[in-house]
Write a protein that binds this ligand. Structure first.
Ligand code: CAO
Length: 434
């Protein structure tokens, strides 16, 4: 209900929402904060998700109102009674106040979704899908769907009364992706050995980090559904490196610390403008349609203690190199501190994965679905290059361009690499864009 429309019947009062009785959950980690300061709330809107070793639960609001201040962040450990947020509660009438308080908070967690099953599908066995109808699912499954960017209400659940389970979401995604004539197995069968690891010595079983678990679905998907080819090449960045080393801060006179990656992003955008098929997605292969994006949002693979994350540098075509460099630091810090909005992992043009700060030369990066190409960058090294009849010492940057062969042919990829090398080379257009 839109609170503003009903103000004449409502009265505001300050309220604190605390962690209700959450049964076995004690000192459990907050893995998602789903609301922010100033946001309007309706009763039963989800506030936070908490996760124990065994399961996760969303804590819903017990009241309507407007949030004053959220007191919890991702990574906090909470127990019953901890303060989640303060809000201005909107109450229909004085006499209703008592009804709205703590008493209602406790049962709401686990019953909310059960109630919904009854409300949504009172009699039918299954299966919709008119997605204006709400699907029923556990909080954990809802979270899983949200993390994969799936609208759970589009999914026909396989369980009793249409309840959606994790496998339904996986099948839904793989069906969407595999609208190809021959269905490809996205989760190859597990090989079960007659021996276990512990037959050969001491072992330890550890939980896989959440981000890695999530990423694995995407990686398997990409690897098994996209026909990958990788072209390797080297860009001569001698002049770019000289130029980069010459950059100083106008006010302090100190050297500007901008890594090669900011230059590579700018050079990549210039190539994407010339080769639009690299900035596309295959959304409707049966009808032979591809989506060409007119924006330039470059994904950057960021190595974090939680696993690999790929935030976007949005509209990189409109930003100069110094700005991009600052943004790179900001988004990688946000990823490492789990402070980034999930939406930032979606809606990219093409991804760069740079191991240049760590080491190594060529590799075979996996395309970040639904993109169609990814650029792997290795560590630049000085090499003797034969130019105009003699050897010269040049700084060479290893490039590994993986592409979806359904859209991009090898020749086009080679041309793309040539163009990228030009953009990073002597006639570097980026010089104008610092
Ligand atoms: N060649 C040589 N040196 C390079 C380089 C390259 N291609 N790229 C970066 N460097 C240098 C930088 O100039 C910097 O040197 P100084 O310390 O002397 O200034 C140093 O390496 C460290 O750079 P960085 O890695 O901190 O910064 P970046 O802008 O290059 O990268 C980021 C930022 C977020 C991409 C990086 O921190 C990161 O997470 N890299 C790993 C990505 C990854 O794991 N990819 C694999 C995905 S597939 O599993």
């Amino acid at each position: 209900m839109a609170i503003n429309q009903c103000q004449q019947n409502y009265k505001m009062s300050n309220k604190e929402i605390k962690v209700p009785n959450i049964g076995e959950f004690k000192e459990v980690e907050v893995i998602e904060v789903l609301v922010s300061d100033g946001q309007s709330l309706s009763k039963n809107d989800s506030l936070i998700t908490i996760e124990s070793d065994k399961s996760s639960v969303e804590i819903p609001s017990s009241v309507n109102g407007k949030i004053k201040s959220v007191k919890i962040k991702v990574g906090d450990k909470v127990s019953q009674g901890d303060l989640i947020l303060t809000l201005e509660e909107s109450i229909e009438e004085e006499k209703n106040i008592e009804k709205e308080t703590i008493k209602e908070v406790e049962p709401v967690i686990n019953q909310k979704y059960e109630e919904k099953i009854e409300k949504v599908n009172p009699s039918q066995n299954l299966i919709k899908k008119d997605n204006s109808e709400l699907s029923s699912a556990s909080p954990k499954v809802r979270k899983f769907a949200r993390e994969l960017g799936v609208n759970i209400n589009e999914i026909a659940g396989s369980e009793r009364q249409g309840r959606v389970v994790e496998d339904d979401i996986k099948n839904f995604i793989s069906n969407k992706i595999n609208k190809t004539p021959d269905k490809i197995e996205t989760h190859p069968k597990k090989i079960v050995s007659e021996f276990s690891h512990s037959d050969f010595g001491e072992i330890e079983i550890k939980d896989m980090p959440r981000v890695k678990k999530l990423a694995s679905t995407y990686l398997v998907n990409s690897w098994t559904t996209i026909p990958h080819v990788t072209n390797h090449d080297e860009a001569d960045i001698t002049e770019m490196e000289d130029f980069r080393a010459s950059l100083t801060d106008m006010y302090t006179g100190e050297r500007k610390k901008i890594t090669p990656l900011a230059f590579i992003i700018k050079a990549l955008v210039a190539s994407l403008k010339k080769f639009p098929s690299f900035n596309s997605s295959i959304d409707d292969i049966e009808n032979g349609k591809i989506t060409i994006k007119k924006y330039f949002h470059v994904g950057i693979a960021v190595d974090t203690p939680h696993g690999l994350m790929v935030p976007k540098i949005r509209n990189a075509d409109n930003k100069n190199i110094s700005y991009i460099s600052n943004e790179l630091k900001t988004v990688s810090d946000q990823c490492r501190n789990l402070k980034i909005d999930k939406k930032e992992f979606f809606g990219g043009s093409m991804t760069i994965t740079s191991l240049g700060g760590i080491g190594g030369s060529f590799f075979t990066p996996i395309i970040n679905y639904p993109e169609v190409a990814i650029l792997g960058v290795g560590k630049a090294q000085k090499k003797q290059i034969f130019i105009n009849g003699k050897f010269e010492t040049r700084t060479m940057l290893p490039l590994s361009l993986s592409y979806d062969h359904r859209i991009i042919d090898g020749a086009e990829a080679a041309r793309f690499n040539n163009d990228l090398k030009e953009n990073l080379g002597k006639n570097f257009a980026y010089k104008l864009a610092v």
